[in-house]
Design a protein around this ligand. Structure first.
Ligand code: GDP
Length: 301
């Protein structure tokens, strides 16, 4: 229900257009598929993905001898789910089998990184885990205070240094603190300076070295936070961050605020990075694990 509600903007515009298309064309032909392509591209599904998808639909329609448009609808949903499953890989979070799990959050300012960390802290706490936050964005004014506010909301501790200090040192201290307090999950904020890719890489590399030295096998996830309302911009951020550092999953925020929720499909398919969580609002419990079936059915039904 939450998924359906959160995706209502995308669903309204998308489902309306699809249904309109289906009612105008009783028989599927070349023109029908062209219009379908147009609708999918407008929903930010991504040109490459749309081409693949529509080609497959054409083939499958031919194979099954489907000629009327209504019988094509279930096939479209089926293909979407298939695509998300085959390309998005593992949507589950990778957790330490024993001991501390370290999750690193990267992404540019304003995408909802701090909010997502707060929400995820809340989620783990509800699962009975002990959580700590590390204020690794020492660069942006106010970032530390903002993380503390979310720490308070979620009821978890925050390890911090002064603004301007070395982020890798903050993370190092946080790891030491988790040992004393028997923490299960450490969520690390980082600065999102995309303007300078070299700086970003150096800073992240240093953080990685510290984490890997302290906890073999960590970080268990490097999650890129992207704002769904920025459409193709989110797509190019994903590309750049993925080149700068190995992204293991994406959190797509503000899906509730866009009619172009098709971006989930484009990112998963064209970059091969799984979308692991989606943000569907501003509150603590507005974070949902991404579920391909629920997502596609929320869009089409
Ligand atoms: P940061 O700069 O990346 O840390 O971004 P913030 O966490 O401060 O979030 C920026 C703004 O986006 C805030 O006003 C949040 O309330 C809002 N926001 C974050 N996630 C979501 C979401 O999933 N849905 C909506 N509607 N707003 C969100």
């Amino acid at each position: 229900a939450k998924f359906k509600e959160g995706l209502s903007k995308t669903r309204d515009s998308f489902a309306e257009k699809i249904n309109d298309l289906l009612s105008r064309y009783r028989k599927v032909d070349e023109e029908f598929f062209e219009e379908l392509e147009e609708i999918l591209i407008q929903a930010d599904v991504g040109v490459q993905t749309v081409m693949e998808l529509v080609d497959e639909l054409k083939l499958e329609a031919k194979r099954q001898k489907l000629e009327d448009s209504e019988s094509l609808k279930p096939l479209i949903t089926e293909k979407f789910v298939e695509l998300l499953h085959s390309t998005a890989g593992n949507q589950q979070l990778n957790m330490a089998s024993d001991g501390l799990t370290v999750i690193l959050f990267v992404g540019v300012n304003g995408v909802g990184k701090t909010t997502t960390i707060g929400k995820m802290a809340h989620m783990f706490k509800n699962q009975g885990k002990k959580v700590m936050l590390a204020a690794g964005d020492t660069f942006r004014a106010g970032a530390i205070e903002q993380l503390e506010i979310w720490g308070e909301r979620a009821g978890v501790d925050v390890t911090k240094h002064q603004a301007g200090s070395d982020p890798a040192a903050v993370i190092y201290d946080a790891i030491q603190a988790t040992r004393k307090r028997d923490i299960d999950v450490l969520l690390c904020d980082t600065a999102g300076r995309l303007q300078n890719k070299v700086n970003l890489m150096q800073e992240l590399n240093k953080i990685y070295r510290v984490i890997q030295r302290e906890i073999p096998g960590a970080p268990h996830e490097t999650l890129l936070v992207l704002d769904a309302t920025t459409g193709q911009n989110a797509f190019s951020q994903a590309k750049t961050f993925n080149e700068a550092t190995g992204i293991t999953g994406i959190v797509l925020t503000k899906l509730d605020g866009t009619a172009k929720g098709g971006i989930v499909i484009a990112i998963s398919n064209e970059l091969g990075i799984p979308v692991k969580f989606v943000g569907l609002g501003e509150k603590l419990d507005d974070l949902q694990p991404f579920d391909a079936e629920q997502y596609v059915y929320a869009l089409f039904s």
